[in-house]
Design a protein around this ligand. Structure first.
Ligand SMILES: *[C@@H]1O[C@H](CO)[C@@H](O)[C@H](O)[C@H]1NC(C)=O
Ligand SMILES: *[C@@H]1O[C@H](CO)[C@@H](O)[C@H](O)[C@H]1NC(C)=O
Ligand SMILES: *[C@@H]1O[C@H](CO)[C@@H](O)[C@H](O)[C@H]1NC(C)=O
Ligand SMILES: *[C@@H]1O[C@H](CO)[C@@H](O)[C@H](O)[C@H]1NC(C)=O
Ligand SMILES: *[C@@H]1O[C@H](CO)[C@@H](O)[C@H](O)[C@H]1NC(C)=O
Length: 812
């Protein structure tokens, strides 16, 4: 978007609409009488410059794409400076306005600009995009998850007996470097011990940046690099308050420590969350990878940490530019925007594109904005976009009602009730006198409960607005003894466990309704919450988390997103000892491990799996590794039935992409859909971006965006018939024959030709076409309606490998 539009948008946000209506008249008429209205106007006119000075000067990223020709770092910075001089009044002003000069892989700079300066720069031919910086919240909302995706180590792991297992084959990811963009790291965690680790790869060029409570001695052979990026944050919020966050790579939040240890934490025995939950050996997916920490997300002044952190595009771009230059092999980025923009206006997408040029695999969270459709973040086709699903572990805290019925709730609160029945109330019945008794009244929002009515009771609160932890705090504040967190139909069966501040249990929406009915039908309802125990092998698992963001891809509908799902519900991993398990400032508990949920947790699972594949197949491209992960994903749960969503209905590709992560199968995918950096440039040409790389010329006629060699297929608004080309590369056995199979989306016919592919040797490529035709438009519209998608898949199989690609099609 042109920066001027963003500016107008901001103005509208900041100035009450009323003013916009009054403004014109004030310039047309001269006031004969000094009315109240005029007084108001005068006041506004006096205020306007003040308002303008607040909004005018903003950080913008001016992005040039690739560098042209070989230049020294000084020459590049001088070049960036010259652009600033061209719009600023003086050299000093130009110098002072520069925030970052991106010089390594990314060509661009971040600077404080006025909207007209930004729009002047955006008109230059060599400028790909000018992005007004906005604070981004990252999606917030392991022991068991790795076994659950099939990465069991087996009993005799230490003797290396299970020779065919993926961890052994990949030497636990040894030699691979995974970079994380997040809130930093707690280096003292045992998960980051380097005992027995191999040497730091010679190719590594990163640093360990010293500052507040962090110095080079905090890095080791596990944590080989740590840096922080704060300039954009400080331009917006002013100087960092160092009692809110560390001015260093140290993590005061916990999120970054959690994601880093999920990717590459060492095996640590006998760990558990608060109160002994999920006790077992904690391990990252790739326990011998090296980790490089890029802290780009920070505490928001005046907000509780539980409400989220903020990450600025200019800081993230600087972090990614360094990570590429430092030599990471995989980037795991658990950060999403609420409103995705086109790729050349999206800091993560830009950074990832430059990373892909160096064949770095980039995994990103899909977001936590489900269950609504079209809520997905990070949809660029050079990123692996990861949804979240459950694991087969539960923390069962049964709830007993006064009528003798027992329900299965879940919790990881360490607090226990004395064994007896307690009075039970629905929150709406115990609200303070001024709170209307509607649906919202059942949600235990801050200060909504009456201590007089809630005291001594177990209170049922419903999910909806407000944080889950906050609802428990409210019950506690009002003197409640226990708390039941009830799902609503929108959250269905997705039971999220939290370290609540009082005895508690969480139930699915069916159970919540049953409890409500019981409360309604009893004169003196009572209940008791048993303390929780950890239970494994739960069925069904996985199912999709209600919160996982969904397709279709709103930026380029012809790319199917998300790509895959991985464990993201109730995941145990390392934590920052400067935070508390709930992240609330009033909570003073300190824990070494914590249980969290979100696509922030599922993304590092895929990052780790990519690292293992990289260790086994060091020459594979980023696209080949992604293809292997996508085409090997599973569609069935541990009851051998189709994976369901939070409502219990079969889930679809807008929730799980190709299915559930299966790293062991991904290590030997048979065929891959490869793609190079140039293919992505061609894809960008098709989307009207023609000046990103001076060494690449867009063809006169760009191909359809459908023809990017992607391992899945989305066709939006199909009109009649479309034929799409794909190319597979044989990475399995030498001589082989692959047969195609199709499950067409309902109402469409799909023809793959040729339907048999013969390969003579490894590395051989074969192309084929997929023709998709709307067979019965009336029927499709009748059963689904226009713009609704229908799902199917096509596979190639040689009898050993099954290479499956999901497809989603909608009618014009
Ligand atoms: C790093 O900080 C620790 C204290 O946290 C201190 O003991 C150590 O000497 C410091 N190391 C260096 C190299 O400054
Ligand atoms: C910094 O944060 C602390 C803790 O929230 C707060 O008490 C203090 O007032 C803040 N300082 C400034 C300068 O805002
Ligand atoms: C595990 O740790 C707990 C305390 O955290 C301790 O009571 C228990 O004995 C330990 N178990 C083993 C097998 O070391
Ligand atoms: C949350 O609050 C908003 C504003 O009061 C309301 O419109 C919305 O329906 C609420 N959502 C839920 C799930 O209760
Ligand atoms: C409980 O009673 C209230 C009011 O009497 C009613 O609105 C609500 O639908 C009832 N809920 C259930 C689950 O029966």
């Amino acid at each position: 978007m042109h920066p001027i539009f963003l500016y107008i948008h901001l103005m509208i946000l900041y100035i009450p609409p009323m003013i916009l209506h009054i403004m014109p008249s004030s310039t047309m008429k001269i006031a004969p009488v000094f009315s109240l209205l005029h007084l108001l106007l005068l006041l506004l006119l006096l205020l306007l410059p003040l308002l303008a000075s607040c909004v005018e000067q903003q950080v913008y990223i001016v992005y040039f794409g690739q560098h042209s020709g070989e230049k020294t770092l000084n020459e590049i910075e001088a070049n960036h400076h010259s652009y600033l001089i061209s719009v600023k009044k003086s050299e000093e002003e130009a110098k002072a306005s520069l925030v970052y000069s991106y010089k390594n892989s990314i060509n661009g700079f971040a600077a404080v600009l006025a909207p007209d300066e930004a729009s002047k720069l955006s008109e230059l031919e060599e400028v790909v995009s000018v992005i007004r910086s906005l604070p981004r919240k990252y999606s917030l909302q392991t022991t068991r998850s790795w076994e659950f995706v099939g990465l069991e180590e087996g009993e005799q792991l230490h003797n290396f007996v299970k020779k065919d297992d993926l961890l052994f084959k990949s030497r636990y990811g040894q030699g691979v470097i995974v970079g994380l963009l997040d809130s930093g790291v707690w280096p003292e965690s045992k998960s980051f011990s380097d005992k027995g680790m191999g040497p730091i790869p010679k190719s590594w060029k990163g640093i360990c940046q010293s500052d507040q409570a962090f110095n080079s001695s905090h890095c080791n052979k596990k944590l080989i690099g740590a840096r922080y990026y704060l300039k954009g944050y400080e331009k917006y919020y002013g100087s960092l308050n160092t009692s809110l966050d560390y001015r260093s790579p140290r993590d005061r939040d916990g999120h970054g420590t959690h994601t880093a240890s999920t990717v590459g934490g060492r095996r640590v025995k006998n760990v558990s969350a608060l109160g002994g939950f999920a006790r077992g050996t904690a391990s990252g997916g790739a326990p011998l990878v090296h980790l490089a920490i890029y802290k780009a997300c920070w505490a928001i002044p005046g907000q509780e940490k539980v409400d989220g952190n903020t990450c600025f595009a200019e800081d993230m771009l600087a972090a990614i530019d360094d990570a590429i230059a430092d030599g990471v092999n995989v980037l795991s980025i658990s950060i999403v925007t609420d409103e995705p923009t086109f790729y050349t206006h999206d800091g993560i997408a830009i950074g990832a594109l430059h990373a892909i040029k160096k064949e770095i695999v980039v995994a990103c969270s899909a977001g936590n904005n489900g269950p609504a459709q079209s809520t997905l973040s990070n949809p660029a086709p050079w990123i692996i976009t990861v949804g979240a699903s459950s694991v087969d572990r539960a923390f069962i805290a049964p709830l007993v009602l006064g009528n003798g019925r027992e329900f299965e709730g879940q919790t990881v609160t360490p607090y226990k009730l004395k064994e007896r029945m307690y009075p039970l109330a629905y929150a709406a019945q115990v609200v303070a006198p001024n709170v209307p008794k509607n649906y919202i009244a059942g949600q235990c929002l801050p200060n909504s409960l009456s201590p007089k009515k809630a005291k001594g009771k177990i209170v049922l609160c419903l999910r909806g607005n407000g944080t889950r932890i906050g609802k428990g705090m409210e019950v506690k504040r009002a003197g409640g003894v226990g708390f039941i967190l009830g799902n609503v139909p929108a959250t269905g069966a997705e039971v999220v466990v939290d370290a609540h501040v009082l005895p508690a249990t969480a139930v699915d929406s069916d159970t919540a309704i049953k409890i409500l009915k019981y409360i309604n039908s009893s004169i003196r309802p009572t209940a008791y919450i048993n303390s929780a125990r950890t239970v494994l092998h739960r069925q069904p698992a996985p199912f999709m988390a209600a919160f996982t963001s969904r397709g279709p891809n709103t930026i380029t509908p012809n790319i199917l997103k998300p790509d895959i799902t991985a464990p993201g519900l109730n995941i145990l991993a390392a934590w920052s000892e400067a935070s508390s398990p709930t992240k609330l400032s009033s909570d003073h508990r300190v824990v070494k491990y914590n249980i969290l949920s979100g696509t922030s947790m599922s993304c590092p699972h895929v990052g780790a799996a990519a690292a293992l594949l990289k260790a086994i197949h060091p020459t594979w491209s980023s696209a080949a590794i992604r293809s292997a992960l996508i085409t090997s994903a599973g569609l069935r749960n541990n009851m051998k039935e189709l994976i369901t969503d939070e409502t219990g209905n079969p889930a679809n590709s807008f929730q799980y992409g190709s299915g559930h992560l299966r790293p062991t199968k991904a290590a030997d995918p048979g065929l891959v859909y490869d793609a190079t950096y140039s293919d992505y440039l061609l894809f960008l040409c098709s989307n009207g971006v023609k000046n990103l790389d001076p060494s690449f010329k867009c063809p006169k006629e760009s191909p359809s965006t459908n023809n990017l060699n992607y391992p899945s297929l989305a066709i939006s608004k199909l009109n009649g018939t479309v034929t799409v080309k794909r190319t597979v590369t044989n990475v399995g056995g030498g001589k082989s024959v692959y047969f195609s199979r199709v499950k067409p989306p309902m109402g469409f016919s799909v023809k793959v030709s040729p339907s048999i592919l013969f390969f003579k040797h490894v590395g051989q490529k074969k192309s084929f076409t997929i023709r998709v035709k709307a067979e019965n438009e009336a029927e499709i519209e009748g059963s689904m309606g226009k713009n609704e998608y229908s799902f199917g898949w096509y596979t190639w199989t040689d009898g050993v490998h099954i290479v499956r690609s999901p497809m989603a099609v909608s009618l014009a």
